[in-house]
Design a protein around this ligand. Structure first.
Ligand SMILES: [Mg+2]
Length: 413
């Protein structure tokens, strides 16, 4: 297919009023969520879509001054220059063209991720098949398009607040409930106990990235080890990112303490995912089609996991467009079965008198015209051509980008 135009739209979904969440030693402000919508148009007028630039726990927007708007500019600059006018026979050809640019390595991986997903969307539309069917043909698998999901919520609340959310998630039928500890070691331990007493069927996961974002005094290595061991004693399903992304020794130290570890979302490439898996410390490897070079890149990590004790479970924390993109991967890839479902306020797909959402993120739902199909915590993957959803281009006007980081960490003096 001949590519005529590549666009990147930076969008911001305000959190109004701004939220302030206390953690141990400070507070975290939540101002908005940012998304980059990428479109790839072919000479015959078809458009492929992807969401990109979504944040990982590294939160480079805050800690390293990254900007979603500047990523959108790069998509319309160097990336568009490399692709527009080119005829792409194989999606790998587009990866090669992006890799030949002078963009910094991590930006190239982010760009390749978005372009890969958009090209799969176009290929599916062209042949009239959902992406998961294209992927099944590549993997030699049969599709499984009813996907169990775990709900990802809980950030910096009282232990009772986490327990309330977990109960709602349990009643909604999700496979698991994931939350973000970081309210102080004693209260983190009390949360683990309270959750174990609150839910029976639903698995509990801890996403511990706050620990390594805080100054090392509170969550030092011994304290982290104690909390991880306690999570193991209370049968947590996994502890995620208990050490900084590049601290492989920290991961290794915490492995084998009675609870599986998860990680990978902050790795910048498929090779990084494999390096983390090679430590032997993680049981769950969290690649993401929005960060790890799309379906093409994630396949490298999935291939690595085949026949090992490491299970690939996509990281997914953004809009429904990103969710659906990762869902096609889970529906097709061998030995991949579980999907992360972020819960935001007023989620139209969830039916419960109480709202378990973390914060408002209206763009997450508005970016596609459809309401996704979630029943008992299980997603039915759309079976229309490509991604199988209709992107609502009105969001480009309705969610203009705003300056600055989406979240801020304010530390006590
Ligand atoms: Mg995480």
């Amino acid at each position: 297919m001949r590519i005529s135009e590549v666009r990147g739209y930076a969008l911001s979904s305000p959190i109004d009023p701004v939220q302030s969440r206390p953690f141990h030693g400070g507070r975290r402000r939540l101002l908005k969520r940012d998304v980059v919508l990428v479109t790839v148009e072919t000479a015959d007028g078809e458009i492929g879509f992807a969401s990109a630039g979504a944040s990982s726990s590294a939160m480079r927007e805050y800690f390293e001054g990254d900007s979603q708007a500047s990523f959108a500019d790069l998509v319309e600059g160097e990336v568009a220059d490399a692709l527009e006018g080119e005829t792409i026979e194989e999606i790998a050809d587009a990866h090669a063209l992006i890799d030949a640019t002078n963009l910094p390595e991590r930006v190239r991986h982010e760009a390749a991720s978005a372009i890969d997903v958009a090209l799969y969307d176009l290929r599916g539309k062209r042949v009239g098949a959902p992406i998961y069917e294209l992927l099944c043909a590549e993997y030699g698998t049969e599709p499984d398009d009813d996907l169990p999901m775990y709900a990802s919520g809980g950030m910096y609340m009282r232990p009772e607040g986490y327990a309330d959310q977990a109960r709602i998630v349990d009643e909604l039928g999700f496979f698991g409930y994931k939350y973000r500890p970081g309210i102080g070691p004693d209260e983190d331990v009390r949360t683990i106990d309270l959750l174990a007493e609150t839910v029976e069927e639903t698995e509990v996961m801890l996403d511990a990235h706050t620990w390594w974002k805080l100054d090392g005094d509170v969550y030092d290595a011994a304290t982290r080890a104690e909390i991880v061991e306690h999570a193991g004693e209370r049968d947590a399903f996994w502890v995620e990112e208990p050490a900084a992304p590049d601290d492989y020794d920290g991961y290794v130290d915490l492995a084998g303490r009675g609870v599986p570890l998860a990680g990978g979302e902050s790795e910048s490439s498929p090779a990084g995912l494999i390096s983390l898996a090679e430590t032997g410390a993680v049981s769950f490897l969290q690649g993401d089609v929005r960060h790890h070079r799309g379906y093409t890149g994630c396949a490298e990590a999935i291939d690595y996991c085949l026949g090992t004790d490491v299970e690939f479970v996509p990281h997914n924390f953004g809009t429904w467009l990103g969710l659906i993109a990762n869902a096609h991967l889970v529906a097709a890839a061998p030995e991949v079965r579980l999907l992360e479902y972020p819960i935001f306020e007023d989620d139209p797909a969830l039916d419960h008198p109480e709202d378990p959402g973390m914060y408002p993120f209206e763009l997450a739902f508005d970016v596609i015209e459809e309401t996704i199909d979630v029943e008992d915590g299980t997603l039915s993957v759309p079976d229309g051509p490509g991604l199988g959803v209709t992107v609502d281009l009105d969001v480009i006007d309705e969610y203009p980008p705003t300056e600055g980081a989406w979240t801020e960490f304010i530390y006590d003096e």
